[in-house]
Design a protein around this ligand. Structure first.
Ligand SMILES: C[C@@H](O)CC(=O)SCCNC(=O)CCNC(=O)[C@H](O)C(C)(C)COP(=O)(O)OP(=O)(O)OC[C@H]1O[C@@H](n2cnc3c(N)ncnc32)[C@H](O)[C@@H]1OP(=O)(O)O
Length: 159
């Protein structure tokens, strides 16, 4: 999943606007997440260990799956310039190696005075919700992002 970047400013958002991305979970993703975070819980890394858990096989780190929500927020909705304030997470079912995770974020509430957007976040595998929660992000306005372009009537500063 390497989606094209899309910038939405606070003014572009409306309740109900949503974005969905899919990601196949590779073993190398899980190993890489273990390396960069230091979470080497064998439930993620060892088939021998994981076989003796209720899941029966290796599962992805919950925070790796959650990171896919961050990817949608940071690249598509709202996109570049969005700043995380908070995120709730409910890990409802395991994600296994090879699963395709469908990540959807949807604008649930806008707070114009503070340029905040609250987004409902859902990750599913084959129609089953594996993770859900809510994100709160600060979203740049057009004027904050490029004040010169706004003064020039929306034309980019280089024009
Ligand atoms: C630290 C790291 O290294 C480790 C990880 O990252 S592990 C990877 C992330 N976690 C997961 O993948 C776990 C996914 N979740 C599950 O598999 C299950 O939710 C569970 C095994 C944790 C719990 O299952 P169980 O004990 O069988 O619970 P029930 O299904 O019987 O449900 C009982 C009630 O609790 C509610 N509930 C269960 N899980 C959650 C949850 N994650 N968030 C919120 N609520 C949850 C469930 O709805 C039931 O409620 P009810 O009112 O009784 O219906």
């Amino acid at each position: 999943m390497m989606p094209e970047l899309r910038v939405l400013y606070f003014e572009d958002l409306e309740v109900g606007l949503s974005e969905t991305l899919n990601k196949v979970i590779a073993s190398s993703d899980v190993v890489g997440f273990a390396e960069i975070t230091g979470d080497r819980n064998p439930i993620h890394l060892s088939e021998h260990f994981a076989a003796r858990t209720p899941f029966g096989t290796r599962i992805a780190h919950g925070l790796y799956t959650a990171g896919l929500i961050s990817a949608v927020l940071g690249t598509r909705l709202p996109g570049p310039g969005a700043v995380y304030i908070s995120q709730t997470l409910n890990f409802r079912a395991p994600v296994r190696i090879g699963d395709t995770v469908e990540v959807t974020v949807e604008v649930a509430e806008l707070v114009p005075e503070r340029r905040r957007a609250r987004l409902k976040c859902t990750c599913s595998v084959a129609g089953e919700v594996v993770l859900d929660g809510e994100a709160l992000v600060k979203v740049p306005t057009k004027a904050e992002a490029d004040p010169l372009a706004v003064r020039m009537g929306g034309r980019p500063a280089s024009a």
